[in-house]
Design a protein. Structure first.
Length: 208
């Protein structure tokens, strides 16, 4: 983990060996109420001794990024902090070798110390396959923080599929947004008015 104190002009490594070297980091989030509380979604890392890949996960630091604890062992694709309650986080998981951790969305209500699954991907892996669920992402609506979106897809169908699911109750129940199903999505970005999904030949906007 690198940190800059001069607006990105220079950088210094701050993490110790509790965070694996040569990791593929997907997203960093800093608690807006406590800058020492940092979250990292790490997809995987490389074992420098064997050259093989190691499953990453959600890493949590309480001292500004020096020491880290893996609280969810998985191929983590994304993490977001609830806009009004920083104890609530959502983590998007593509795959895990840990029994009981399946692809989908996980929620923490205690600042990332523990997690429970609130959405299970319909695209299931077979054996050691890691890619039945592709590039799963999560977003929380700033204008209505109980609303959560997840975007994910698969290459196991013909044609390939992508789905956008929405929850209005912080992940308790989910509704498929049908206009996105079946398209090859290439982007998922948002602003304060809505979320945009690029689906090959068109751009869809989901209004808040």
């Amino acid at each position: 983990m690198l940190k800059s104190t001069d607006a990105g002009i220079t950088w210094t490594r701050i993490s110790n060996t509790t965070l694996p070297d040569k990791g593929q980091s997907m997203k960093i989030q800093v608690d807006p109420t406590n800058p020492n509380r940092v979250y990292l979604a790490q997809y995987s890392s490389i074992n420098v001794n064997t050259g093989g890949g190691v499953v990453g996960g959600i890493y949590v630091s309480s001292d500004g990024g020096v020491n880290w604890t893996n609280t969810l062992s998985a191929l983590a694709r994304d993490i977001v902090i609830h806009p009004t309650n920083t104890q609530i986080l959502y983590a998007a998981v593509q795959f895990s070798f840990v029994a009981g951790i399946t692809p989908g969305l996980y929620k923490s209500i205690n600042g990332g110390n523990s997690w429970s699954q609130v959405f299970t991907s319909p695209y299931t892996n077979s054996g050691t396959q890691q890619t039945a669920t592709r590039d799963i992402r999560v977003a929380v609506t700033p204008a209505s923080p109980t609303r959560v979106y997840i975007y994910f897809g698969t290459r196991t169908t013909s044609p390939f599929q992508v789905r956008l699911e929405m929850s209005n109750d912080e992940g308790a129940t989910w509704t498929l947004i049908p206009d996105v199903t079946g398209y090859w999505a290439v982007a998922f970005a948002g602003d304060q008015t809505g979320w945009f999904v690029g689906t090959g030949g068109r751009i869809l906007k989901i209004e808040f």
